[in-house]
Design a protein around this ligand. Structure first.
Ligand code: FAD
Length: 139
């Protein structure tokens, strides 16, 4: 039990104990990288918060099958909450991260600040058009 408690001193100097706070780990992005990281933390003594701007994980390797109508979009998307539903220490939050306050150890999402002790940024990558942004398909 002692391992779960932090010892502190009161104002008059007498020792007391307070419940220790679990490490807060925030994962931005629930693609392959973010989900793998979150699931590897299943047994960690930590609160894992996964934030994604979509409510579903997208299985990108099969995108071409959707593009060719061999599959429906629903076949390659799975709710992030469903994937992590059995992970007791994980929480899923929907929203777009707009910034990171590194000094304040907080992720910025709309008006909210989500505090972290450890941060995993797994937001994927963007294409490059080597200076020819006009080549990008406008969606
Ligand atoms: C058509 C296609 C076919 C592919 N085929 C293969 C293959 O056969 N084999 C293979 O190994 N790889 C393949 N890949 C590559 C593979 O899919 C990617 O490397 C992989 O999905 C990258 O995973 P990730 O977690 O890094 O990023 P992503 O899967 O892109 O995940 C990033 C997540 O972060 C979220 N996010 C981004 N920004 C924010 C923000 N500001 N706030 C909140 N959330 C945010 C996104 O919504 C997303 O869910 C393929 C890719 C494509 C497009």
């Amino acid at each position: 039990m002692d391992a779960l408690l932090d010892r502190t001193d009161t104002v008059d100097g007498s020792p007391t104990t307070v419940p220790s706070r679990r490490t807060r780990i925030v994962v931005i992005g629930a693609g392959f990288a973010g989900l793998t990281a979150a699931m590897r933390l299943t047994r960690a003594d930590a609160e894992v918060t996964v934030i994604d701007r979509r409510n579903h994980h997208l299985f990108q390797p099969l995108l071409y099958q959707v593009a060719t109508a061999a599959l429906s979009p629903a076949d390659i998307g799975a709710p992030i909450r469903g994937i992590l539903s059995r992970q007791a220490n994980a929480t899923v939050t929907l929203g777009t991260v707009t910034g990171i306050d590194v000094a304040g150890r907080a992720v910025l999402r709309a008006e909210r600040r989500i505090h972290y002790d450890q941060l995993i940024v797994a937001t994927g990558a963007r294409e490059t058009y080597f200076g020819h942004d006009e080549w990008a398909v406008v969606t």
